[in-house]
Design a protein around this ligand. Structure first.
Ligand SMILES: C[S@@+](CC[C@H](N)C(=O)[O-])C[C@H]1O[C@@H](n2cnc3c(N)ncnc32)[C@H](O)[C@@H]1O
Length: 432
């Protein structure tokens, strides 16, 4: 039974049993049943109706409700009273939470209008301790031409609240990186050219991860600073110097055993941090560590690029809403999200085969991307966008014909099917 966290009281008192019986599978698109489901109807009624099938099955909820911009739209209305909007969202968030696996994640996408009230509401429902990130997405570029638009400050950001269902049981979000051309400021850190011989083995022992750790001393070497314009040509010998981390017993122990003016290289496999499980080589020189530029950077098109972790600011250069109107071959006038945004979210929070659920599917971006990435999906949409946009889009995706947006990870993901369910019935309390 879908209920508020910590209570046995049903979320919606009205008896919905009859509605469950009227849930009919209209048709299956494709050859075989895969568990992918598109439901036309209010997502709250849909989640109640599918409760037995979906309870604690969902690894990721991505919810992108109307933001309550107070505008009437062509595809959907977005002008509810703010109190009613929040109640509508709260009831659906409670239902989503019930269907989430204990390991699962809830991403709620909003603009600045509802962010503050929705954050407090989500803290109550998901538990403040499960709030993990607030992502700011720079939807469009910062630059507009002078006089464009009525607002003196360009509104170009949206927000995603990220909650786990249970912080003790949640799966770790995946580590995703992005490639950035290294700026002059960044390259300034890579200011050493190191030339060295193969080295003499000095120490061989068990490293922190149980794998071998070897220390070599180099008799023939040079360490010299290098000018900016030579960095590209010397990339293989380019190093950055950082201080020894005093809280690392391994680094402090090796530093203590090293002599001033001598160069050592240490090969080992860290058991913690972003390099965990991968054999690395770091140099020790005059009580400093020297890290090769190639550890974090690479050359592309004759320029040095760095691989950096993504942050809570998802910039327009990384993911842009510009030019997405024809993605999936369908147009949603307002609120359509880039496939690249859903790709990032799905990759962060799920593995292939996991269930992704979108209660406010709009033009069907989430199911389209989930399908291309080999995830199972359940999507709800109450408007005619189901027939106009989602069905044609998903038919193209499952038959492998969609060539826009995110690429299929594996062609077999394009040969599957989904059930399409039309959910008749009266509107539920809290319906917009
Ligand atoms: C912002 S749009 C979602 C856009 C979508 N993420 C995309 O990329 O196309 C919000 C959608 O939620 C739908 N919606 C609003 N209330 C709903 C409800 N109670 N149940 C199901 N869908 C609902 C609207 O019709 C609209 O299509």
């Amino acid at each position: 039974m879908i209920s508020r966290p910590g209570t046995k009281k049903p979320l919606v008192r009205q008896n919905l049993e009859t509605r469950v019986h009227t849930l009919v599978t209209k048709r299956t698109v494709g050859d075989a049943r895969t568990g992918n489901i598109l439901v036309k109807g209010d997502c709250l009624a849909g989640m109640r109706a599918l409760e037995d099938r979906l309870m604690e099955k969902i690894q990721l909820v991505y919810a992108d409700p109307p933001y309550n911009t107070r505008r009437k739209g062509r595809d959907y209305d977005d002008d509810m009273d703010p109190g009613k909007w929040l109640t509508m969202l709260e009831q659906r968030a409670v239902a989503c939470r019930s269907l989430l696996k204990p390991t699962g994640w809830f991403f709620l996408h909003l603009d600045a209008n509802g962010l503050a009230s929705a954050k407090l509401m989500m803290d109550r429902i998901m538990g403040e301790e499960n709030f993990t990130f607030l992502v700011t997405w720079e939807r469009t570029p910062k630059l507009t031409f002078l006089g464009q638009g009525a607002s003196p400050i360009v509104r170009n950001t949206e927000f995603i609240l990220v909650y786990s269902k249970n912080r003790k049981k949640r799966t770790k979000l995946k580590r995703l990186t992005r490639d950035m051309e290294a700026t002059r400021k960044v390259l300034r850190q890579y200011n050493l050219e190191v030339v060295r011989d193969k080295g003499r083995l000095l120490i061989e022992e068990d490293g922190p991860s149980g794998k071998p750790l070897s220390v070599f001393e180099h008799d023939n070497f040079s360490v010299k600073s290098i000018s900016h314009d030579k960095r590209l040509a010397c990339f293989d010998r380019l190093y950055q110097s950082t201080r020894i981390n005093p809280s690392s017993t391994l680094q402090s122990r090796l530093a203590k055993r090293s002599r001033q003016g001598h160069l050592y290289s240490v090969r080992y496999t860290p058991d913690r941090g972003k390099r965990a499980g991968r054999e690395i080589e770091v140099l020790l020189f005059n009580n400093r560590q020297l890290w090769p530029a190639a550890e974090n950077a690479f050359i592309r098109h004759g320029k040095i690029f760095r691989r950096v972790d993504i942050s809570t600011l998802w910039t327009n250069e990384e993911i842009s809403a510009v030019g997405i109107s024809s993605q999936g071959g369908v147009r949603l006038i307002r609120g359509k999200k880039p496939e690249e945004l859903l790709e990032r979210i799905i990759l962060l929070a799920t593995n292939p085969g996991d269930h992704v659920m979108d209660p406010f599917a709009g033009s069907g971006t989430t199911p389209a991307v989930a399908q291309k990435l080999g995830r199972k999906w359940i999507a709800f949409e109450k408007s005619d966008s189901v027939e106009k946009l989602i069905l044609p889009r998903l038919k193209r995706v499952v038959t492998g014909q969609d060539k826009s947006g995110v690429m299929y990870r594996n062609q077999e993901y394009a040969e599957q099917c989904f059930d399409y369910i039309d959910l008749p019935g009266e509107p539920l309390p809290g319906k917009p």
